[in-house]
Design a protein around this ligand. Structure first.
Ligand code: GS8
Length: 215
């Protein structure tokens, strides 16, 4: 297979890339990496991702890491296939997609990562859930999603009337958060809730959720 994703479907950052591959209808192979054995901190993985993290990505001779950068590469290379994720045909529309992708990476990701780390990852490693950390992150995420609630009052999706990579990049952490009692942060905001129900029921999303951790 030309396209290889080194990692595993249960990892949120790998799932982000798989969502893009599925929206584009591309064939790919997930090359499993045994994180428990520390394979990500050793060669040959370090030559694919020098930070010793997953995912790492190969498309023929091209090797990349950083899930969001991999997704932009895929969307540019396979622009004509599947969903138009970057709206590159319009300077302004693509700039709005960029804006909301930045919002995801710089406003949304920080607090939701803390919630998932505490509530989902810590128990796996036998670590306690620090409730104060969860509460502070939930407050911050709520403030971010207040902005989304407003935005989704005038637009169907974050970047406008079309589903784009700006929406897609949010999905993996939300899949896990929606299984916790902090799902209320989404469910208490009607437009954010409707947006989540829409983007989480896309065929590509349903396919990728199958490879994530079971609920
Ligand atoms: C983050 C990669 C990352 O944190 C990206 O690709 O988007 N900004 C990067 N990967 C995590 C798994 S994410 O579920 C990872 O590899 N963790 C193991 C480690 O850091 O040792």
């Amino acid at each position: 297979m030309e396209i290889k994703v080194h990692g595993m479907g249960m990892s949120t950052c790998c799932a982000r890339v798989l969502l893009c591959l599925e929206e584009k209808g591309l064939d790919y192979e997930v090359v499993p990496l045994d994180l428990t054995a520390g394979a990500h901190k050793q060669q040959p993985h370090l030559s694919l991702n020098p930070f010793g993290q997953i995912p790492a990505f190969e498309d023929g001779n091209v090797t990349l890491f950083e899930s969001r950068a991999i997704n932009r590469y895929l969307a540019r290379k396979y622009e004509a296939a599947g969903t138009d994720l970057l709206r590159s045909g319009s300077l302004v529309e693509s700039a709005v997609v960029d804006t909301w992708m930045e919002v995801e990476a710089h406003q949304f990701n920080g607090p939701i990562y803390k919630i998932i780390r505490q509530m989902i990852v810590n128990p796996i490693y036998g670590l306690p859930i620090v409730e104060e950390v969860v509460e502070a992150a939930a407050q911050n995420l709520g403030k971010v999603l207040d902005v989304y609630e407003e935005r989704l009052g005038t637009h169907k999706y974050l970047a406008g009337e079309n589903y784009t990579m700006a929406d897609l990049n949010h999905i993996p952490y939300l899949v896990y958060m929606m299984r916790t009692d902090r799902a209320i942060i989404v469910n208490s905001r009607p437009r954010v809730k409707a947006w989540w129900e829409d983007i989480s029921s896309r065929p590509a999303t349903l396919k990728v959720i199958e490879s994530m951790m079971p609920a």
